[in-house]
Design a protein around this ligand. Structure first.
Ligand SMILES: [Zn+2]
Length: 113
């Protein structure tokens, strides 16, 4: 999302001359690149925090990385499961915990939903 559009389509050539429109395009591209860099930095930081927390838990609970991989797979399988929406009868992904068609909430109301 660019700094000057904020989710809306840019107003390009309808009321801007070509130079202004192309400058706006360049600025939007730079703003998007900046947003991506900020997100990359945040993801890298969260990854480091995750690793540090894992190492604390590993040391404390005597777990191995294999235990972590198994748990991740278990969670991934659970997230891919589906259920039938109680209101409209369509299939809903438990990962969404909300029917895409009618908005009915799923049964899982845990902290990660
Ligand atoms: Zn539904």
């Amino acid at each position: 999302m660019g700094l000057f559009t904020r989710g809306k389509k840019s107003h390009s050539s309808s009321f801007l001359d070509n130079d202004t429109a192309s400058q706006l395009k360049i600025l939007n591209k730079k703003a998007e690149e900046h947003d991506i860099e900020v997100l990359k930095h945040k993801v890298e930081n969260l990854s480091l925090i995750c690793r540090a927390l894992w190492e604390f838990i590993c040391e404390d609970k005597n777990l191995s990385e294999n235990d972590l991989v198994k748990r991740i797979e278990k969670i991934r399988e659970m997230k891919e499961k589906t259920e039938i929406c109680p209101k409209c009868g369509r299939i809903m992904n438990l990962n969404q915990n909300k029917c895409l068609y009618c908005g009915t909430r799923g049964n899982d109301t845990g902290a990660f939903k």
